[in-house]
Ligand binder design. Structure first.
Ligand code: DAT
Ligand code: MG
Length: 139
């Protein structure tokens, strides 16, 4: 089991000034930030990042939303990072997310759900490599 996960603060949350609140929730939960950047992805980059969902009916909505305004990308370290971070953010749909989770607190809808968290150790590394060069990651 790896101790790293990748996350993004998505456009809906950056647009509403929630970067600081969400990073505070993440560090309060015991995650150490080992890489961090504010950036904006192109629609092509969003299509690559979410290519696993390319046959899904919400793919166009998802990729245009993710590229419409800036995001924050972060690489995080903690024991059981992937599963603990998924617990911290809650269900994909904020209406069914547990009380106190980041998506319950901040997300607008299933599509505009404020945060991304990797779903496996392998994907955490793939996704972090998409956004960060080696020298941008603390060792
Ligand atoms: P998660 O982000 O919880 O891992 P996912 O991998 O199933 O969820 O989907 C990726 C993103 O796609 C999700 O965060 C929001 C969007 N999405 C998923 N299902 C959707 C739906 N039914 N309608 C609109 N957007 C959806
Ligand atoms: Mg997912």
């Amino acid at each position: 089991m790896s101790n790293k996960t990748f996350m993004m603060i998505k456009p809906d949350a950056v647009e509403r000034g929630l970067i600081g609140d969400i990073l505070k929730d993440i560090t309060d939960a015991g995650f150490k930030i080992i890489a961090l950047k504010l950036t904006q992805i192109s629609i092509n980059e969003a299509q690559t990042f979410y290519s696993v969902h390319k046959e899904r009916p919400f793919f166009n909505e998802l990729t245009s939303y993710m590229s419409r305004s800036p995001i924050v990308a972060a690489f995080l370290e903690k024991d059981n990072a992937v599963s603990d971070f998924r617990k911290l953010i809650g269900d994909t749909d904020p209406s069914t997310a547990d009380e106190g989770t980041i998506r319950k607190k901040y997300a607008i809808s299933k599509g505009e759900n404020s945060v991304h968290g990797s779903d496996s150790d392998d994907n955490a590394l793939i996704e972090a490599s998409f956004h960060f060069s080696g020298r941008e990651i603390l060792s």
